[in-house]
Ligand binder design. Sequence first.
Ligand SMILES: Cc1cc2nc3c(=O)[nH]c(=O)nc-3n(C[C@H](O)[C@H](O)[C@H](O)COP(=O)(O)OP(=O)(O)OC[C@H]3O[C@@H](n4cnc5c(N)ncnc54)[C@H](O)[C@@H]3O)c2cc1C
Length: 361
Amino acid sequence: TARRLAGVLKDPDGLAFTVGFIDGVIRPEDATVAAGALSDLVRRVPPRFLPWHLQLAVRVAARAGMVAPRVVVPVVRASLRRMVGHLVVDARPGQLGRTLRRLRRRGAALNLNLLGEAVLGAREAQRRLDGTAALLARDDVDYVSLKVSSAVPPHALFAFDETVADVVRRLGPLYRQAAASPTRKFINLDMEEYRDLDLTVAVFTTLLDQPELAGLSAGIVLQAYLPDALPAMVRLQDWAAHRVAAGGAPVKVRLVKGANLPMERVDATLHGWPLATWETKVETDAHYKRVLEYALHPDRVRNVRLGVAGHNLFDVAFAWLLAGQRGVRDHLDVEMLLGMAQAQAEVVRRDVGSLLLYTPV
Ligand SMILES: Cc1cc2nc3c(=O)[nH]c(=O)nc-3n(C[C@H](O)[C@H](O)[C@H](O)COP(=O)(O)OP(=O)(O)OC[C@H]3O[C@@H](n4cnc5c(N)ncnc54)[C@H](O)[C@@H]3O)c2cc1C
C-alpha cells in the first residue's frame, strides 16, 4: 500500500485527487455529503493513475454511494486508512497499544502527535488538548508533540502578553501532568507559522519558569528556514543557562528546516510583507548548519539538548560527525518521520544507536 500511495502521488492528477478525497470524502461527518463529494470528485478528476481494478472499484463506489451512502462510505474510508497506515497510526485505544508495541520492537523511540491542523474554536481546542493529555497518561507513551495553534483557540497577537498568559493557562495542566508523573514524560511544542514563533517561545519559557515545572525537561522546535532561528536559539540558550544554573532541568530544541514555506509565501504576498524565510534552499541548508555549529557545543548542550530532525542524510551525517568531534553525541537525538525512507532510517538508527520517530496518530 505504501508503494501504491507513492504511485498515486507521482501522477500529476494524484495529489488533486488525494486532497479532494480527504477534504470531501473523509472529513464530512454526514455520509450522504461524503458520497456526493466522491461522485463529484470521480467526475472531475478521473483516477486514471490507479490500476484498472481499483479504478473500477472507485467508480462503482462513487455510484453505489449515491444509493447507499451509509454502507459505501465506511468501506471507502477504511481502504484509505489502510493506504496511509504506515504514515499515520490508528489512535483508537485498542489498536494504538498494539501498534506502539510493534513499532518499538524495531528499536525506535516514539514521539506521538495527535494529528490535526490549526483549530478554529475553543471547544475543538479543548478536545485536542484533552486528547493529548489522554495520550500522555498512557503507560506506553512517554513523549508527545503539540502545536500552540492546534491546542488553543485563535488568538490576537496585538495583545501579546495577554495571549501568552492565556495559552500558558490552557497548557499548564498538561505540563503539570507530565511533571507529576512517576515516570519520565516529555512534551514538545512544534512550530508551524512564523507568526507564532515569538508566541511559542514566550509560552515555552513562561510555562517552564513556573516553580513547580523547574524540574521538568521539555522541548520546542526551531525552523532553520527562518533567519530568526539563530537569534531565537541564542535567546533560548541564555534563558536555559540561567535555568540550569538555578538548579532547573535542561530543555531541548528540535532543529528542522521548516515545513510551512508555501503558506509563508502566501502570507508575504497577500500582505505585501518581506518573506519571513530565506529565499533559497541553499540559504536554508547553510543556516541549518550555522545553528548546529552554534548549538552543538559542550557548554551549550548541557542547557539545551539538540534534536536533529530531517531526512537529508547529508545534514544528519554532518550533525553526527560534528557532535562526535565536539564530544557531545550524548546530547543529540536524531529524529525522523514514521514511515518515511524506512531503510535509511534503519541504517541511521544502527549507526547512531537510537532514533526518535515522529508518529502522527
Ligand atoms: C521528526 C521531524 C519533525 C518535524 N517537525 C517539524 C515542525 O515541528 N515544524 C516544521 O515546520 N517542520 C517540521 N518537520 C519538517 C521539516 O521542517 C522539513 O520540512 C522536512 O524534514 C524536510 O527537510 P529535510 O532536511 O528532511 O530535507 P531537504 O530536502 O534537505 O530540505 C527541504 C527543506 O528545505 C527548505 N527549502 C526548500 N526550498 C526552499 C526555498 N526555496 N527557500 C527556503 N527554504 C527552502 C524547506 O524547509 C524544505 O522543507 C519535521 C521533520 C521531521 C523529520
